[in-house]
Design a protein around this ligand. Structure first.
Ligand SMILES: CC(C)(COP(=O)(O)OP(=O)(O)OC[C@H]1O[C@@H](n2cnc3c(N)ncnc32)[C@H](O)[C@@H]1OP(=O)(O)O)[C@@H](O)C(=O)NCCC(=O)NCCS
Length: 193
């Protein structure tokens, strides 16, 4: 099956991004920039429910862990500068969840609304489908409109909301759960494994 024809997928988004934007697998040399992008969002936003920014060393270990589990970890680069990153990892560890991943996308706070998040998420969807995963889930911290808009624009549907499951910056935070099928989704059974 041509995974570029997965239902609901459009090549349009990558075209909306700046033409010189490159989305590629994360490399060791990217980790400092990835850690800096994430640190800003941990310290100033509620997309992540972490309270302290992980060190570059910790982020490197997380990157190696994601790739080591056979999942994609990508960066968006323009003029040799890492402007965003995205990855997918197992949704939950119990083995019956093995065909489902959860994704994350973070873009440099100075580079929003330039098509970077969309380009990253589209490539991530393709990479996950090509690896045979069947469902992708986004857990949107604090019901963030930008993240909900991003995921909705790439075929995710809102499937639920959890109330007051987080507490950050002195207030309760909800999460919105969004989901998108990958490849043949639930229309066929996975290959035996
Ligand atoms: C969510 C985030 C990754 C979006 O990245 P981005 O590069 O600004 O997104 P894009 O420019 O590619 O926009 C893609 C689509 O997302 C939606 N979107 C982006 N920002 C939005 C906003 N502020 N409000 C509503 N929709 C928005 C739009 O549908 C947009 O399509 P359009 O450009 O045709 O309008 C970015 O805002 C971010 O890093 N936020 C903090 C971290 C976060 O929330 N990550 C998600 C955790 S899963």
């Amino acid at each position: 099956m041509d995974q570029r024809r997965i239902e609901g997928f459009s090549d349009e988004g990558a075209g909306r991004a700046a033409p010189d934007l490159v989305v590629r697998p994360t490399q060791d040399a990217d980790i400092a920039a990835v850690a800096a992008i994430y640190a800003h969002h941990v310290c100033h936003g509620t997309a992540s429910f972490e309270l302290e920014p992980p060190s570059p060393t910790e982020m490197g270990e997380r990157w190696r862990g994601v790739v080591g589990m056979g999942c994609p970890h990508l960066v968006a680069v323009r003029s040799e500068r890492v402007l965003g990153y995205a990855y997918a990892a197992p949704y939950r560890s119990r083995p019956a969840y093995r065909h489902t991943v959860e994704n994350s996308v973070y873009v440099d706070q100075l580079a929003h609304r330039q098509g970077i998040g969309g380009a990253l998420l589209e490539r991530l969807i393709l990479e996950c489908a090509e690896r045979g995963f069947r469902q992708i889930v986004a857990v949107i911290g604090d019901n963030a409109p930008a993240s909900i808009g991003l995921h909705a624009s790439r075929g995710f549907e809102t499937v639920g909301r959890l109330h007051a499951v987080g507490f950050k910056f002195g207030r309760w935070c909800d999460t919105t759960l969004m989901q998108r099928p990958l490849g043949e989704g639930a229309a066929t059974l996975p290959s035996a494994s």
